[in-house]
Write a protein that binds this ligand. Structure first.
Ligand SMILES: Cc1cc2nc3c(=O)[nH]c(=O)nc-3n(C[C@H](O)[C@H](O)[C@H](O)COP(=O)(O)OP(=O)(O)OC[C@H]3O[C@@H](n4cnc5c(N)ncnc54)[C@H](O)[C@@H]3O)c2cc1C
Length: 424
């Protein structure tokens, strides 16, 4: 920590705070980062694993608090089925500690490099099984937060409205220091869409009372195929094969073969531990992505429109994503004030690519497509969304959230220019 030891006595000029990144390792250090008396550059943004694709975790002119030093699992209560952990604990670490006690996270969650705080403060969504298992934050029963005023605040289920506001609060209401979740509900649906092949691979997940052995090896092969082999091979092919038609034919063929093989032949049963235990990445994956949520009722029409959109975009400007789009059904879940599936179940559609050149223009077109088809943006995952459209999508809930935010952070210490467009 720097600078927090100085006081403005009027006799000396306080040096203006410089932008900085802090990684506190305990509560006291975290509180010092947020202390209004500390000469810390504003705005303050919290970052967990840094896997979000928008600027929600950035503060180039201010301060970034990285929570990865807060990595203690405080308590696993195998009797009441709860776990309490600090915000910087990686989901993968949490999942394996729970597995040792015969417990697991409720819901299906990938990307085990994420931090608990990041996964609670932004929509950590997966193919939820049962009605209320889509966001990890639905399972939050108590949260300890350091407010913008540098004070510790405890929010339990007794203060339900406030707790709802803290779920998916993007670090705007305070920094989550510690959280308690319910751990260890029937079908989850995930899919891989190859728009240029007009093909989809479907992964149906269901809870089983006696699933048999959840062998890790097939899941490791599946993960390796989907998230390591494909991006690397595609990056290389993009470099070595200059003719787009030849290159993309090959890329689509490899995608189809990989998904056909790993999803239908190898993997039958598993749990959060088996699906992810061998890939405790500490760095976010080097993939470009943008995710939008669409009402589930007419998603079949949207999926077809998406295929047309991808094909037309390629014809008009040559850009296309090389990775399959991934999607899953997210149940209706009003537990978070900023839940994208507050009123109805949605399908999250995640467009993914390794192709940087042309991506920035593509995500603008994608945002326009999503708007036209009733898509709801995610403040941490939807690239190039318009603040006006976000306001329409989240309606009066966004106004209510803003009111709480202004009360808890009247000086906008936690608001960066990106988030100010929607929350200012
Ligand atoms: C290739 C790829 C695929 C992805 N797929 C999915 C997916 O399928 N489903 C999904 O839900 N997400 C997905 N994500 C998005 C991302 O992983 C999530 O948004 C994740 O929950 C963010 O966790 P993080 O620790 O990386 O947080 P960060 O990205 O560091 O932060 C995200 C937000 O949370 C806030 N925050 C972080 N920690 C705290 C804290 N302690 N207190 C208060 N606020 C905090 C930040 O300020 C920021 O607003 C994907 C990302 C990538 C790169």
């Amino acid at each position: 920590m720097q600078a927090s030891g100085f006081r403005d006595t009027g006799r000396f000029m306080l040096r203006p705070a410089r932008p900085g990144v802090y990684t506190p390792t305990n509560l006291a250090k975290l509180m010092r980062c947020l202390d209004p008396q500390g000469n810390i550059a504003l705005p303050i943004r919290t970052r967990g694993a840094g896997s979000a694709s928008t600027d929600c975790n950035q503060s180039p002119a201010g301060t970034v608090i990285r929570t990865t030093g807060l990595d203690r699992i405080v308590r696993i209560d195998a009797y009441n089925h709860t776990v309490t952990a600090e915000a910087g604990v990686r989901l993968g670490t949490l999942v394996s500690a729970l597995a040792k006690q015969g417990l697991e996270l409720i819901g299906n969650h990938d990307s085990m490099e994420r931090t608990l705080g990041g996964a609670l403060a932004s929509p950590c969504m997966g193919p939820g099984i049962g009605d209320r298992a889509s966001y990890l934050s639905s399972q939050l029963i108590n949260v300890k937060v350091i407010t913008a005023a540098g004070k510790v605040m405890n929010v339990s289920e007794q203060k339900q409205h406030l707790l709802n506001a803290f779920r998916l609060s993007y670090g705007l209401l305070g920094v989550i220091y510690e959280a308690t979740l319910r751990v260890a509900q029937d079908v989850g649906l995930k899919f891989y869409l190859l728009p240029h092949r007009n093909r989809v691979y479907i992964d149906v997940r269901r809870y089983e009372t006696d699933p048999g052995s959840a062998y890790e090896t097939p899941w490791r092969i599946k993960d390796w195929g989907e998230s390591t082999v494909l991006p690397h091979v595609f990056k290389s092919l993009n470099r070595v094969i200059p003719i787009p038609s030849v290159r993309y034919k090959l890329i689509d063929g490899i995608s189809a073969a990989t998904h056909g093989l790993v999803n239908s032949k190898f993997v039958n049963n598993g749990n959060n531990f088996a699906t992810t235990s061998r890939r405790r990445r500490t760095k976010p994956r080097n993939l470009l992505y943008s995710t939008w949520c669409f009402p589930a009722t007419d998603f079949s029409v949207v999926a077809k429109a998406y295929v047309d959109f991808c094909q037309q975009t390629q014809q008009s400007n040559g850009y296309r994503c090389d990775m399959p789009a991934v999607g899953f059904r997210v149940s209706k879940d009003p537990s978070a004030l900023l839940s994208p599936s507050f009123d109805e179940p949605v399908f999250a559609l995640q467009t993914t690519s390794t192709q940087q050149h042309g991506w920035d223009d593509f995500v603008i077109d994608l945002a326009q497509f999503a708007e036209n088809w009733g898509g709801t943006p995610l403040f941490s995952q939807s690239r190039a969304f318009r603040a006006e459209h976000a306001a329409q999508s989240y309606t009066t809930r966004l106004d209510f959230f803003r009111k709480i935010r202004r009360q808890l952070d009247p000086d906008n210490r936690l608001l960066n220019p990106f988030l100010a467009q929607s929350f200012g």
